[in-house]
Design a protein around this ligand. Structure first.
Ligand SMILES: [Fe+2]
Ligand SMILES: [Fe+2]
Length: 474
């Protein structure tokens, strides 16, 4: 018998909800089984200095202490309810926000929740072997923090499925533990979540680019007229910020270390840089190109009737919907999307309702641009004449108007043959990946020590020193 308030911190009155208890009682052992199989490899006896959310109060959502990871208290938290909240967009605009699933939207909502939920365990699976090659104890602790919180995000979505979707919801919750990232027969739902995360440069890129897609999807769902979904996603966003911090600072520290080594040794040729055991800037640029393009696909087709339906029905809003001043119906509004015509890329206006994926993608790109400029500053400060750039939006895309076209990083429309010939200038080659992985053949876990290819962070976690024992291996 599970003691719910102890074991599963929550603000959904779990102790009194018998139906939910029964569902979770059944699901929890399966979840733990999944964690043992697919969670961070060989981590089960480690004591990790983690934050745990035990309430939604400012002092409760980030409690730090040593935790044996399988005993992490995966809690269920919703942002407190605002009794006056309304549906803020679409045809139901102005109605009180729904506390139950509207029958007509039941299957659509379930699909939205399952698609979001599926990404959470997927990223844990993608990252499960990285502990073996961590560049420091600090970084090891950070990846474990990300992993347990993605686990909690899965709990958050499973809570909604169990609580609001009856038997179908329970079946979907089980299927979330059965799919596997990259599995040929039973893969995760979205493409980027089936790509491997084979090294720490990929991990930081993933948490910068792909967790940020997570942020934007959560922001759009946090506007939902279905109030429990909105409140769940709001709370998840507090955790997502740390994941993106890990990614942005991770890449930044790699760039910083490369620049230091380049300056100290007065080298700039990539092969000389590599000879010194750090990652050359052109390779970092190629990783950016890869992760950016793969993540852009996650937003879906530029023109999408599904996106229009989600909006009109009040299920999924725009980024910062309530801060936008327009009619929130988008009946006559237009929005520009790009398409390939002959050998040119042209912009054309389409009904804004159908272009909501593209709009969310554009909001995302704005944030990515400012992150990239912060990385650029590290290079500029070192006085190294190298520019990081974002590839053209159409580069290396598999979904939407650019799919099937061969677009260069600078936005030229090429033939397949020409593109393929230049591919290794733009995307990491097998040799590039092998080089990056060769730097990460073992782990660095002496407190306060960092691998040669990455600079230490500016400060430790929760004001602890850099040489703090963030992980006890026992
Ligand atoms: Fe997540
Ligand atoms: Fe995340």
């Amino acid at each position: 018998m599970i003691n719910y308030t102890e074991k599963i911190p929550n603000n959904v009155d779990l102790g009194r909800d018998r139906v939910l208890q029964r569902a979770l009682e059944h699901w929890q052992p399966a979840y733990l089984g999944w964690w043992y199989d697919m969670g961070p490899n060989e981590s089960h006896n480690y004591q990790v200095y983690l934050r745990t959310a035990i309430s939604v109060e400012p002092d409760g959502w980030a409690q730090f202490g040593y935790v044996q990871m399988p005993e992490y208290r995966w809690g269920i938290f919703l942002q407190p309810r605002d009794e006056k909240r309304q549906v803020n967009f679409g045809t139901h605009k102005g109605e009180p926000a729904w506390q139950d699933v509207p029958g007509e939207y039941r299957s659509t909502l379930r699909r939205v929740i399952v698609t979001q939920g599926d990404t959470e365990p997927a990223s844990v699976e993608q990252q499960r072997l990285l502990g073996e090659s961590c560049p420091s104890m600090y970084d090891l602790r950070n990846i474990f923090q990300v992993n347990v919180e993605e686990g909690r995000h899965l709990w958050a979505m499973v809570y909604l499925l169990h609580r609001y979707f009856g038997r179908d919801g329970r079946e979907e919750a089980e299927a979330l533990l059965e799919r596997r990232s990259g599995d040929a027969d039973n893969p995760r739902i979205l493409g980027a979540f089936n790509e491997p995360t084979p090294d720490w440069l990929s991990f930081y890129m993933f948490t910068f680019f792909t967790d940020r897609d997570g942020k934007f999807q959560l922001c759009a769902l946090a506007e939902s007229g279905f109030d429990p979904l909105a409140r769940t996603c709001r709370f998840m966003l507090t955790e997502e910020a740390h994941h993106m911090f890990v990614g942005e600072t991770g890449v930044s520290r790699i760039i910083q270390r490369t620049c230091e080594v380049m300056k100290e040794n007065k080298v700039d040729d990539p092969s000389d840089v590599r000879a010194l055991g750090v990652i050359d800037l052109p390779t970092i640029q190629k990783y950016i190109n890869f992760h950016y393009s793969v993540t852009l696909d996650l937003y879906g087709s530029d023109v999408s009737s599904n996106a229009a339906n989600y909006y009109t029905s009040g299920l999924k809003g725009r980024f910062e919907e309530t801060k936008i001043s327009d009619d929130h119906l988008l009946i006559d509004a237009q929005y520009p999307v790009s398409e390939v015509v002959g050998d040119k890329i042209v912009a054309k206006n389409v009904p804004a309702l159908t272009a909501l994926n593209e709009r969310l993608r554009d909001d995302y790109i704005k944030e990515i641009e400012s992150g990239l400029s912060r990385w650029q500053r590290v290079i500029d400060k070192a006085g190294i004449p190298y520019r990081l750039t974002l590839p053209h939006k159409g580069f290396h895309r598999a979904i939407g108007n650019f799919a099937g076209h061969w677009i260069s990083t600078s936005g030229e429309v090429l033939t397949e043959a020409v593109w393929k010939k230049r591919e290794s200038e733009w995307l990491p080659s097998d040799a590039d990946r092998a080089y990056v992985q060769s730097l990460m053949s073992g782990r660095v876990v002496e407190p306060g020590k960092f691998a040669n290819w990455i600079a230490p962070p500016v400060r430790g976690i929760n004001n602890q020193p850099l040489n703090f024992e963030y992980v006890r291996f026992n």
